[in-house]
Design a protein around this ligand. Structure first.
Ligand SMILES: [Cu+2]
Length: 154
């Protein structure tokens, strides 16, 4: 549960100014499936846990890739395509999973230093003004898919 610590630190001063949220939204199980080739984008996955009230995920930033977009894979007339998502609702007390075959992050130009370290940090921008800083494990091609406890490994 290390991933929520930066949020708690950031949230503490805000709680004094009236809008304290007793159950904050948080993100965990973040991982990146690195593309086998530099010319095609990599994909990012995570689980968003809703807090006491609904919130919108407005975007995701990272210093360790050239560009990040939120996408959704959808089947239209039997053909799988991807659509960019400008915003994703994280409903109160519910989870939204970004996983292979569904919603995902698309990452262009993942930084070599991040790849050699095996992890990269993302900033998730929420409609309530919160910014969640989350470390994602980078899995190279051929490594096994994410385990549910991977965020406890480091
Ligand atoms: Cu995509």
């Amino acid at each position: 549960m290390r991933a929520i610590l930066p949020f708690i630190i950031l949230a503490a001063p805000l709680a004094l100014s009236a809008c304290g949220d007793p159950a904050p939204t948080y993100i965990d199980q973040a991982w990146v499936r690195l593309s086998p080739n530099k010319d095609t984008p990599s994909a990012g996955y995570f689980v968003a846990h809703g807090g006491a009230s609904d919130v919108q995920l407005r975007g995701v930033l990272t210093d360790y890739a050239l560009k990040v977009e939120m996408h959704e894979s959808v089947s239209e007339n039997g053909v799988m395509t991807m659509k960019p998502l400008s915003s994703v609702t994280i409903p109160a007390k519910s989870t939204v999973t970004f996983a292979p075959g569904g919603k995902h992050l698309m990452l262009w130009g993942v930084n070599d230093t991040a790849i050699s370290r095996g992890k990269m940090q993302f900033t998730f921008l929420l409609s309530n003004g919160d910014r969640l800083l989350v470390d994602a494990v980078i899995r190279k091609p051929g490594e096994p898919a994410a385990k549910t406890n991977e965020h406890k490994e480091h």
